[in-house]
Design a protein around this ligand. Structure first.
Ligand SMILES: Nc1ncnc2c1ncn2[C@@H]1O[C@H](COP(=O)(O)OP(=O)(O)OP(=O)(O)O)[C@@H](O)[C@H]1O
Ligand SMILES: [Mg+2]
Length: 464
C-alpha cells in the first residue's frame, strides 16, 4: 500500500496540512475581497456623482442619471459634501433595502462574519453601503446595490483560491515526497539491506556496515549498528573457537580414558606383587585411576552438550528408589548410613526411568559422600508425594550441610564442587535432566543439621 509507506504518508499529510493552512488564509482574504469590491462600487458611484457637480444647479436628466448609475453598477447614490449639500442620483428600487453595510468603522470580526454570510443565495436582495469618499471629496458616500453580483464575484474568487491552494499543496507535497525519498527512505532501505546481508553470514567481517551518512540521526543509527555487528561477529568467532576447543578436549578425553583403563588393568596386576611398599601404594594408585576415569567419563557425557530427550514411561517410584539405595549401600563399608523411604508402594510416576535413576543416584551419592566426610554417620531419607501439579520428590540427609562456597554456583558445571575428587558436574547434569522433563531441581534447605533437595516433575497428562 502506497499510503502505508513513509513517502506516501508524507504526501498525504502535506496535502492535508497545506489545504488546512489555506482555509485560515482564505477566510480573511475573502473578507478583504468583499471590502475591496464594495469600495470599488463606492468609488465608481463617487465618479458618477462628479457629473452632477458639473451641472450649474445639480440637475440632470433622468436618462443621464440612469446611465451614470448603470456605469457604476449601483442603484442610487447619495454624496454628502458638507453639512448643507447633498447630491443625489436615484431611480426607483424594485425592492426595499434589506440591510446596511457601513464600511467606515467596521471591525475585522464584522467584515469576516458578513463575508461568510455573503455566500448564502441572495435572490434580488438590495443593500445599502456607506463609506468615505476618496480624496476627501465629501463627508460620506452612500449607495445601494444588488447583493447577488457580489456573491458571484466572491464564489469566483473562492474557486480561484481553491485551485491555487490545490496546486500549491500538490506541488509542495511532490517536492517533499522526493525529499523524503532521498533523505529518509533510501538511507533506511540501505540500512535494512545491510542488516539482511549481514544476517545471511554474520561471521563475514566484510559485511559489517560502513557508516557514511551525513545526516546526524542516520549516522547515529549506522554507528550503533556497526557496534552491534562488530561485537556479534567477534562473539561468534570466539564461540566457534570455543566449540573447536571443546571438540579437541572431548577427543583427548576419550583417548585418555582408554589409556587410563589399560593402566588400570596393569595396576590390578601390581596389586598381586607381595612387596610391602607396593602393597601400600597400589590401592592409592587404583583410587587415583578410578577418579581420573570417572572425570573423563563425566566430562565426555557433559560434552555431548545435551541429554537426549526423555523417553517418558510410567513406572513405580518406590522400586526405582530401592535400586538406588541398594547401589549406594554397596559402596558403604560399615553401616555408617541408614537409608529411609517415605513413598507409597503403589505410587506411579511418568518419566524416563534411566534418567531419573541417574538424577536420584547423583543426589543420594552426594548425600552419602557428605555424610562420610563428616565422619559421624547419618540418615538419608527419600520422600515423595503427589501434588495437584505433579510429583514432588525430596532427598533429605542429616549431613553437615553444603559449604557456603559451593552454594553460590551449585548447579553450574565444573563450578559447584568443593569436594576433593569431585568434578562439579553431578548437580548440573541432574538439573538438566529434570528440566528436560519440564520440571525443576532446587535446593530445598541446607544447614548444619542436614540438606534436602527437591525434584518437581509436572504431571505429564496435564502438560499435554
Ligand atoms: N547433600 C549434600 N550435602 C552437603 N554438600 C553437598 C550435598 N550435595 C552436594 N553438595 C556439595 O555440592 C557440591 C557440588 O555437587 P555436585 O554433585 O555438582 O559435584 P560433586 O559431587 O563435587 O562432583 P561429581 O558429582 O561431578 O562427581 C559438592 O562438591 C558438595 O560440596
Ligand atoms: Mg556429585
Amino acid at each position: 500500500m502506497f499510503f502505508n509507506s513513509l513517502s506516501g504518508r508524507f504526501l498525504l499529510l502535506t496535502i492535508v496540512f497545506v489545504m488546512l493552512a489555506e482555509v485560515f488564509i482564505f477566510v480573511p482574504s475573502v473578507a478583504r475581497f468583499r471590502v475591496d469590491y464594495l469600495q470599488k462600487r463606492l468609488e465608481l458611484a463617487q465618479l458618477a456623482s462628479l457629473a452632477l457637480l458639473a451641472t450649474p444647479d445639480d440637475m440632470i436628466t433622468q436618462e443621464l442619471a440612469d446611465e451614470l448609475l448603470e456605469n457604476a453598477e449601483v442603484l442610487n447614490i447619495v454624496l454628502r459634501r458638507n453639512e448643507m449639500r447633498e447630491l443625489i442620483l436615484t431611480k426607483p428600487l424594485s425592492a426595499s433595502i434589506s440591510t446596511t453595510f457601513d464600511l467606515r468603522d467596521a471591525s475585522a470580526f464584522t467584515l469576516i462574519r458578513d463575508a461568510l454570510a455573503g455566500f448564502a443565495p441572495a435572490g434580488d436582495k438590495i443593500v445599502r453601503v456607506i463609506g468615505r469618499p476618496v480624496k476627501g471629496a465629501g463627508l460620506e458616500i452612500e449607495t445601494t446595490l444588488y447583493l447577488e453580483p457580489l456573491r458571484y464575484a466572491m464564489i469566483e474568487y473562492g474557486r480561484n483560491i481553491f485551485f491555487l491552494s490545490l496546486f500549491i499543496s500538490v506541488f509542495s507535497s511532490a517536492m517533499l515526497f522526493f525529499a523524503v525519498r532521498r533523505l529518509l527512505v533510501r538511507p533506511i532501505r540501505r540500512l535494512v539491506g545491510n542488516m539482511t546481508r549481514y544476517q545471511d553470514n554474520p561471521e563475514d567481517a566484510t559485511r559489517v556496515i560502513k557508516p557514511d551518512s551525513k545526516v546526524i540521526e542516520l549516522r547515529a543509527a549506522q554507528d550503533a549498528l556497526l557496534d552491534l555487528q562488530t561485537q556479534l561477529t567477534a562473539h561468534l568467532k570466539q564461540k566457534e573457537r570455543l566449540a573447536q576447543l571443546g571438540e579437541a578436549v572431548a577427543k583427548i578425553n576419550h583417548d585418555l580414558r582408554n589409556v587410563l583403563t589399560t593402566t588400570q588393568l596393569l595396576t590390578d596386576r601390581i596389586e598381586m606383587v607381595e612387596d610391602p611398599v607396593v602393597a601400600r601404594i597400589a590401592p592409592k594408585l587404583m583410587k587415583s585411576l578410578d577418579r581420573a576415569i570417572a572425570l573423563c567419563e563425566t566430562t565426555l557425557s557433559f560434552g555431548k552438550a545435551e541429554e537426549p530427550a526423555p523417553e517418558i514411561k510410567q513406572f513405580p517410584l518406590a522400586e526405582l528408589i530401592h535400586e538406588v539405595i541398594e547401589g549406594e549401600g554397596l559402596r558403604l563399608k560399615n553401616g555408617e548410613i541408614t537409608f529411609g523411604m517415605e513413598i507409597d508402594d503403589g505410587m506411579i510416576v511418568a518419566a524416563d526411568r534411566e534418567q531419573m535413576f541417574r538424577v536420584i543416584g547423583n543426589l543420594v551419592g552426594n548425600a552419602r559422600q557428605a555424610i562420610l566426610v563428616s565422619g559421624q554417620g547419618g540418615d538419608i531419607t527419600i520422600k515423595a508425594k503427589a501434588t495437584d501439579a505433579g510429583t514432588e520428590i525430596l532427598i533429605c540427609d542429616t549431613g553437615p550441610g553444603i559449604p557456603e562456597r559451593a552454594q553460590e554456583k551449585l548447579f553450574q558445571p565444573f563450578q559447584g564442587s568443593v569436594r576433593k575428587g569431585g568434578t562439579g558436574l553431578g548437580l548440573a547434569i541432574a538439573a538438566e535432566i529434570v528440566r528436560g522433563h519440564g520440571g525443576s531441581l532446587t535446593l530445598a534447605e541446607t544447614s548444619m543439621l542436614g540438606t534436602s533437595f527437591r525434584i518437581f516433575l509436572p504431571d505429564q497428562s496435564k502438560s499435554e
